[in-house]
Design a protein around this ligand. Sequence first.
Ligand SMILES: Nc1ncnc2c1ncn2[C@@H]1O[C@H](COP(=O)(O)OP(=O)(O)OP(=O)(O)O)[C@@H](O)[C@H]1O
Ligand SMILES: [Mg+2]
Length: 258
Amino acid sequence: MGSDMKVLALYSTKGGVGKTTAAVNLAWEASRDFRVLLWDLDPQGAATFLLNVKPKLKGGVEALVGGKNSSISAAIRHTGFDHIDVLPADDSYRELDLVLDHAKNSTGRIRAALDIVGRDYDVVILDCPPGSSLVAENAILASDLVVMPLVPSPLSVRALEQVEEIVRASDSKPPLLAFLSMVDRRKAIHRDSVIAIPRSHSGVTNIVVPGTVVIERMGIERRPVGVYAPNTAASLAYSDLWVRIQSVIKAKQRKSKS
Ligand SMILES: Nc1ncnc2c1ncn2[C@@H]1O[C@H](COP(=O)(O)OP(=O)(O)OP(=O)(O)O)[C@@H](O)[C@H]1O
Ligand SMILES: [Mg+2]
């Protein structure tokens, strides 16, 4: 990856599909080689919780994205993991859409806040709340790549098409990389989807994150899977995904140069 900061948005219009789980595990994968910032954009604060950081922000989210001078540097917290810092979410994130709506340049506030810390991090991961909102528009506009988990079902194909449309409608049109998540190979519909969806949709990789108790345990462990369960199918899937993400970003860089 080049010298300048790269931004990934973990995003889907659908809730509960594995965005936060992927955000935390990809942060850990990236942190082996890079300085990583994970920005928790969800008032539920799940990423903040999983990385064992206190959900407290002085001045709330408005101080980060509302005005001219962003206090993002002061709000960033170290985690217990080397090279992973977190910008935690607290309850004030419930108002984030309103705060953005009232701000000037309302779709570019996250990008502007990140410009301030561009020298301190190589990789920024945005953990987005579900749904389509100004938060999502901001995250897409700030990102070099949108990463989307897909739980195999007809509804998730619909979500994929929605996200494709949202990305296409954005000014920056970052590439979209989707992967199948929470896959249970005992279910015929999952086995079929794993083959059919990557075939019919070019932005879907054949990397599959299995549905497993190893991953469910993250909520108790409050650590990335690669820390407490290295070399499991679950941790290897995220490490493959991180490799794939880097190659998509590199390909995008080559394309923009030529
Ligand atoms: N591969 C998996 N196997 C088993 N459980 C999983 C897997 N991925 C996620 N989960 C569990 O599913 C739940 C939802 O996951 P997660 O919070 O990552 O989804 P999300 O898309 O971020 O949800 P939200 O839309 O609410 O932000 C969590 O309890 C998580 O532990
Ligand atoms: Mg989440």
